[in-house]
Design a protein around this ligand. Structure first.
Ligand code: LLP
Length: 409
């Protein structure tokens, strides 16, 4: 129902006692990924789009526990690289359940996927990629990624629809499809991804334009298409005051735009399935008053969660320190241990005055969190714990220091 389709989990909804005990057991920084919530998010999307084939955009979080939960729930996998295809196969996805959305694919990636998952659907976004598949004798399933010429999303960096490197321009798409058909390729679909983080009416309006353009391409396609893939982009609110996405409104927009297109619908949500199912736990080790906000120095930084430094992304922060609610509130910036001035997880927030040893939780960390983690400053990547029903289990070990030099010769 409508209320259900707007369901969202806020940072305040997480059980503080449980998070404290996980931090105690596994240490910090720690990603906590709630598989029950991942499954519930998937069910909501599947419920709002009952006729669609839902592929999980693996780039949002390629952890094996997440992949396994979504595969078991019925999702397929949208993979952007050989590495993602390899992890999807490891997690038990059948090659036929995988779409490989190759953006300027390195030869090594193309060769790997052709060998390891020849039954995958290859979604190509350039004439050159069609040629390169032809050169390799490809006789599998081909779909065309269309550059819709318009886009939406939470910031310009992720608005992949407009002015980006992805896809064949929409006014050339039909010609490229015709050429692929002439060459004997099995052309099964068209694809367009509008951008990431669609949340409000403006984003939805931009999304509708993308849908109209992909529908126009689909209607003139010189082949019987099996599917139209409208990409990912379903947003989640990162601020407490932001409303949840109205999934029903997106479903209506998709239905309307594709009403006279005779093909199945495919979606590729990433963020929506995993973002609010994850938090990052981090401990305060340094408190420093300044003329401006009080600095809370913590053990997680931009190497663990890159989004704030890279996109100026906003993530909610909550103090899990016992009794924190009774403290005076303060203006606090949460800063990491990396030697970069952009290593700020949260700037100028109203939080209970921090103390050394406090545990903080960073919200919506389940998408593009651990997945974008790096070893910069020779920082080992954090551990991940998976929650499954009442149980918790280590899903990914904290990298040991030895991992930093393991591949050196
Ligand atoms: N399909 C394609 C072809 C995509 O390029 C993407 C995301 C998705 C699906 C999934 O989009 P989602 O449903 O997650 O919005 N690192 C950025 C997001 C980059 C998204 C790139 N493409 C962030 O942290 O916001």
């Amino acid at each position: 129902d409508a209320a259900d389709s707007r369901d969202v989990r806020r940072l305040a909804d997480w059980d503080a006692d449980r998070l404290r005990s996980l931090a105690g057991e596994y240490g910090t920084p720690l990603y906590v990924q709630d598989l029950d919530r991942v499954r519930a998010n998937y069910e909501r999307v599947a419920g709002a789009f009952p006729d669609a084939d839902v592929l999980y955009a693996v780039k949002a979080n390629a952890g094996g526990a997440v992949l396994d939960a979504l595969r078991a729930a019925g999702a397929g996998a949208e993979c952007a690289s050989a590495g993602e295809v390899s992890r999807a196969l490891d997690a038990g996805f059948e090659p036929s359940e995988i779409h490989y959305t190759a953006v300027n694919p390195p030869a090594r990636d193309l060769d790997y996927v052709l060998d390891a998952a020849p039954e995958a659907t290859f979604v190509v976004g350039a004439r050159d990629t069609v040629d390169r598949l032809d050169e390799r004798g490809f006789d599998g399933r081909l779909a065309l990624r269309v550059h819709p010429g318009v886009g939406a999303g939470h910031s310009d960096e992720v608005a992949t629809g407009a002015d980006a490197k992805f896809g064949v321009p929409h006014d050339e798409a039909v010609a490229v499809l015709a050429d692929a058909v002439d060459r004997g390729f099995d052309v099964v679909g068209v694809h367009a991804h509008a951008g990431s983080g669609i949340l409000d009416a403006d984003d939805l309006a931009a999304h509708r334009e993308v849908l109209d353009r992909i529908a126009a391409v689909a209607r003139s396609a010189p082949a019987d298409l099996e599917f139209v893939d409208v990409g990912g982009g379903l947003g989640v609110p990162y601020r407490p005051e932001e409303p949840a996405l109205d999934l029903g409104a997106v479903a209506d927009a998709v239905r309307t735009a594709l009403a006279d297109v005779n093909a199945d619908l495919v979606l590729e949500p990433g963020r929506y399935l995993v973002a609010d199912a994850g938090v990052l736990l981090t401990e305060v080790n340094t408190v420093k008053p300044t003329d401006g906000p009080t600095l809370a120095g913590v053990d997680a930084g931009m190497t663990d969660l890159l989004r704030p430094a890279l996109y100026d992304a906003r993530h909610e922060v909550r103090s899990l320190a016992p009794g924190a609610d009774a403290r005076a509130s303060d203006s606090v910036s949460v800063v990491g241990p990396v030697c970069e001035s952009t290593d700020v997880l949260a700037a100028d927030r109203d939080l209970p005055a921090p103390e050394r040893g406090d545990l903080l939780a960073v919200g919506n960390a389940g998408a593009y969190g651990v997945e974008m983690a790096s070893n910069y400053n020779s920082r080992p990547r954090p551990a991940v714990v998976a929650l499954d029903g009442g149980d918790d289990r280590l899903a990914r070990e904290r990298e040991p220091l030895a991992a930093l030099t393991r591949l050196e010769r």
